[in-house]
Design a protein around this ligand. Structure first.
Ligand SMILES: [Fe+2]
Length: 215
């Protein structure tokens, strides 16, 4: 029989790091998310290998010996990566997220969606909005955020950005890939999710993934 104990340990470490980092934002959203994470500290996903083309090495490299990076490295073959929305046009995925906990999560919850978000180098996530209140904690790489206004603000590791319900936001990266933890609270359905068309003057082509048409 396969021994999943190191996966279980990595998952526990992942949830511990998630709660610590969200508490450290000092926001009520962060504290509420941390409470939910800790309340599920004893739960474990069913472990299945998942084929995917997300390459985390570039985002994890700056986090040498960080317990979160070590947990993600161990869990990487078992993470259930999902794609949604418009993606810069490549033959491979360049943005994706894992829902650790939520209605579509590796663990089920109807109270929260939370997980990790990966955004490759030189990638653009067009402006979008949703009813859910959303907190990002930047783990690795400096991403650039538009939040309500047109100004691009750098978001370095260990910073956070809180999107209130229906506030416009967009993200882009330069030379560094971005890795972030995120959570949604409030109305966590995708019913209100909408995204603007990608700008045509960015020098990057875009495509819709057929799998993103539903939900
Ligand atoms: Fe968002």
């Amino acid at each position: 029989m396969q021994d999943f104990s190191t996966l279980d340990q990595a998952w526990l470490s992942l949830f511990d790091q998630f709660a610590l980092r969200f508490d450290a934002t000092g926001t009520e959203h962060g504290r509420e998310t941390a409470r939910m994470v800790r309340a599920h500290a004893d739960a474990r996903p069913k472990w299945h290998l998942c084929a995917h083309d997300v390459v985390l090495a570039g985002a994890l490299a700056p986090l040498y010996q960080d317990p979160l990076a070590q947990a993600l490295e161990r869990l990487s073959p078992f993470l259930v990566w999902q794609t949604r929305g418009v993606f810069t046009d490549n033959e491979h995925t360049n943005r994706a997220y894992v829902e650790f906990m939520g209605p579509d999560g590796m663990l089920y919850s109807d109270q929260v969606r939370l997980g990790i978000y990966w955004h490759d180098r030189h990638t653009f996530y067009p402006r979008h909005r949703h009813e859910a209140v959303e907190l990002y904690h930047i783990v690795s790489g400096t991403g650039f955020w538009q939040h309500v206004t047109d100004t691009w603000t750098p978001r370095p590791p260990n910073s956070y950005v809180l999107h209130q319900a229906n506030e416009d936001h967009a993200t882009k990266t330069g030379a560094e890939p971005l890795l972030a933890l995120w959570s949604w609270l409030g109305d966590i359905s995708f019913n209100s999710y909408s995204m603007d068309a990608a700008p045509t003057d960015s020098g990057m082509g875009f495509r819709d993934f057929p799998s993103n048409q539903s939900g």
